[in-house]
Design a protein around this ligand. Structure first.
Ligand code: SAH
Ligand code: SF4
Ligand code: F3S
Length: 438
């Protein structure tokens, strides 16, 4: 028998890329590829890329540059670019980077096996269509092998919101929901293969409409699967948080008390310029309703500072909103002008000013994160252990609130949910003791 071909995939960007990378590995697995964990060991390298900010896109080109010596030493090495940079730049990548053999956009992954064959035969291949057919219907049933205790499941793709700063509607195309029955059968297989927790993914996951009822109804159907213990979803748009989904946070025990609800800014003027289609007060009212359904829910968000036209007063309104909400943690980014988006035409905020605001924003968010973690000390929480810890004798996992928790416990507890009393808060994790250990 001949040696199996070896595939190395690197994922950039969001969790949807992580999920897609798994599906691509499975599709190429059916073509005789096994995955390896370095480019050096591979016959084919696939970079699953992100275009969201300039830095993310530039990283891809510098990583490609770093693959050059490898390709020179091993001319048979095939190099592919997938994901959002592939979609945004298409053939341009082949022109700029002669070492690239294959460019495939996020909606064309089901065509990857055929493209790979062409590339193995010496051709260069590009596919950045938004085909009629659903890629998921043409990818192998998944997963073939055992999975870890936590799994991702994409239920919705694309975005019709067109926020003024964002490339996603262009790189991922229009909103499409996968049908409920496909999602439920994939979830059942994931659970059979070892998953205890499933995170539903979508660029606008709560706009899902692949069956009767919205995402709330889907969550309740999933909750009926025996052996599935925890459900999460990400990323939600505030305008798509409907009554039933909010109610599910109160009455569906398997839906975890954690919600990533990006707001971007606390200034109505900037929210309008961003085309977010809600005000700061709308968002605060929504937060109140969610907390009425689930008082202990931990909220997180994304923020952009230095959006064109943002004044110090606008920025102050963002700090005020953060103070009013109280986040468990949040991601914050300096605005990056993206080619083809409406905001890219506008005059940027002074770079030093934007840097300064980002630092002030992050200082406030760090204080809130510390406070939220400190509030866990002394409490008993449930933790799904996922893997061995960094120190011998330790295992690590996530609490219901998605805090990373380390504890001294036997490795046999990996893959199980245990009650843990939190004893200490460290900068990005909690430490605790499993309460039912002898
Ligand atoms: N669909 C999600 C966001 C996906 S992008 C949502 O609507 O919330 C993830 C985050 O990247 C965004 O929430 C935003 O904060 C940030 N982001 C997107 N475009 C950006 C840009 N041009 N510059 C800086 N940050 C950006
Ligand atoms: Fe981008 Fe806005 Fe769509 Fe989120 S909702 S993916 S920020 S356009
Ligand atoms: Fe990046 Fe595309 Fe995700 S731009 S954030 S990889 S949808």
């Amino acid at each position: 028998m001949s040696e199996p071909k070896k595939l190395f995939i690197k994922s950039y960007g969001c969790q949807m890329n992580v999920y897609d990378s798994e599906r691509m590995a499975e599709a190429l697995g059916a073509e005789g590829y096994v995955t390896v964990d370095s480019a050096e060991a591979a016959d084919m390298v696939l970079l699953n890329t992100c275009h969201i900010r300039e830095k993310a896109a530039e990283k891809v080109y510098s990583d490609l540059g770093r693959l050059r010596p490898l390709k020179t030493a091993k001319p048979d090495l095939k190099i592919g670019v997938a994901g959002c940079v592939a979609q945004a730049e298409g053939e341009e990548i082949l022109r700029r980077m002669p070492l690239v053999d294959l460019v495939v956009g996020p909606q064309s992954y089901h065509r990857l096996p055929a493209m790979t064959k062409a590339v193995e035969g010496g051709a260069r291949a590009v596919d950045t269509d938004f085909p009629e057919e659903d890629k998921f219907d043409h990818l192998p049933e998944r997963p073939a092998r055992a999975v870890g205790p936590t799994a991702f499941l994409t239920v919705q793709e694309g975005c019709d919101k067109f926020c003024a700063f964002c490339v996603v509607p262009y790189t991922r195309g229009a909103e499409v929901s996968r049908p409920a029955d496909r999602i439920l059968s994939e979830a059942r297989v994931l659970v059979e293969k070892g998953a205890k927790e499933i995170t539903l993914l979508g660029q606008n996951v709560n706009a899902w409409h692949g069956g009767a009822g919205g995402l709330g109804a889907l969550v309740r159907h999933l909750a009926a699967i025996d052996g599935l213990e925890r459900i999460r979803y990400t990323t939600s748009h505030p305008n798509d948080m409907d009554d039933d989904l909010i109610a599910a946070h109160g009455d569906c025990e398997k839906l975890m008390p954690y919600l990533h609800l990006p707001v971007q800014s606390g200034s109505d003027r900037i929210l309008k310029a961003m085309a977010r289609k809600h005000t700061a007060a709308d968002y605060l009212r929504l937060v109140e309703r969610i907390r009425a359904a689930r008082p202990d829910i931990l909220l997180t968000s994304d923020f952009i500072v230095g959006f064109p036209g943002e004044t110090e007063a606008d920025f102050q309104a963002t700090l005020d909103l953060i103070e009013a909400v109280g986040y468990g943690t949040a991601f914050s980014f300096k605005y990056s002008a993206r080619p083809g988006t409406p905001a890219a035409e506008k005059t940027p905020v002074d770079a030093a000013e934007a840097d300064d605001r980002l630092q002030r924003l992050q200082a406030l968010l760090t204080r809130q994160q510390k406070a939220a973690q400190a509030a866990m000390v002394g409490r008993e929480v449930k933790v799904l252990f996922e893997k061995p810890g960094r120190q011998a004798g330790q295992i690590t996992g996530k609490s219901d609130y998605l805090h990373a928790v380390h504890a001294e416990a036997p490795e046999a507890m990996i893959g199980t949910i245990q009650r843990v009393r939190i004893t200490r808060s460290d900068p990005n994790s909690l430490a605790g003791v499993v309460t039912n250990l002898p």
